[in-house]
Design a binder for this molecule. Structure first.
Ligand code: HEM
Length: 212
């Protein structure tokens, strides 16, 4: 991005990069550094998260076959709840950090300006004060007030609608074109405190043997 930005700043092209790094009528433009960060967001935030959510979905629907039967009995009616529950149960983004900008108190804990705090999304998504039987994967959970797409506020996932659509389309295609697709072993997990990633997940889509 830095290289592209340098090449295109001030150019006459009508492409996105030129627009972002060339001052507009008000003299505003992104720095090369800002343009880089701007692109990391949709590329990393919108890629890892969604594909991990989809891999987790295959794992979860294999582990909880009754939930899969429930989904397939009324796919269009239940997929929206299923996507939310996949994101809650798997929580593809484990945590985010915040800097405290003013002295305040959160749930009785005093916080000082300059403190760093961590939002543990995985923990919040299994909060037994909020979710009944939080370890259960239940696609009919309603309401499902998870924080898998971030907490309320300005940093709430910008790509949430695209993410929901991607997971929906993928599961619709996968489960109708390959109705026997299932995970056949444990996932090879990414060693990360940030991304609940799956590096590899063995699977099969041939019909199981009759006595299996
Ligand atoms: C299942 C898929 C996804 C999950 C679980 C997810 C999760 C999250 C979370 C937890 C945050 C909050 C970050 C914070 O609190 O600072 C966030 C922010 C964000 N997400 Fe997603 N995301 C997903 C898909 C996407 C997609 C598809 C895109 C774009 C193509 C995207 C773009 C963003 C961006 C740009 C932000 C930053 C918003 C801001 O700080 O203003 N995400 N996402």
């Amino acid at each position: 991005m830095r290289r592209l930005g340098k090449e295109r700043r001030g150019g006459s092209g009508d492409d996105l990069v030129t627009r972002l790094v060339t001052p507009n009528a008000d003299g505003e433009a992104l720095t090369f550094q800002e343009a880089g960060s701007f692109f990391i967001l949709p590329v990393a935030a919108g890629n890892e998260t969604t594909r991990n959510a989809i891999a987790h979905a295959l794992r979860l629907f294999t582990e909880f076959p009754e939930q899969r039967r429930l989904l397939m009995a009324d796919f269009e009616g239940r997929i929206a709840g299923a996507v939310e529950e996949v994101v809650r149960h798997s929580t593809p983004v484990i945590h985010f950090r915040r800097n405290v900008t003013r002295d305040c108190e959160l749930n009785g804990a005093p916080l000082k300006k300059g403190d760093m705090v961590v939002l543990l999304c995985s923990s919040a998504n299994r909060d037994e004060a909020v979710f009944t039987d939080p370890d259960a994967f239940d696609i009919t959970r309603s309401p499902d007030p998870h924080v898998g797409f971030g907490g309320p506020g300005p940093h709430y996932c910008l790509g949430v609608h695209l993410a929901r659509r991607e997971v929906t389309v993928m599961l619709r295609k996968l489960f109708t074109r390959l109705p026997d697709i299932r995970a056949t072993g444990d996932p090879d997990r990414l060693a990360s405190s940030f991304s609940n990633g799956i590096k590899r997940l063995p699977f099969d889509f041939t019909p199981p043997a009759p006595d299996a």
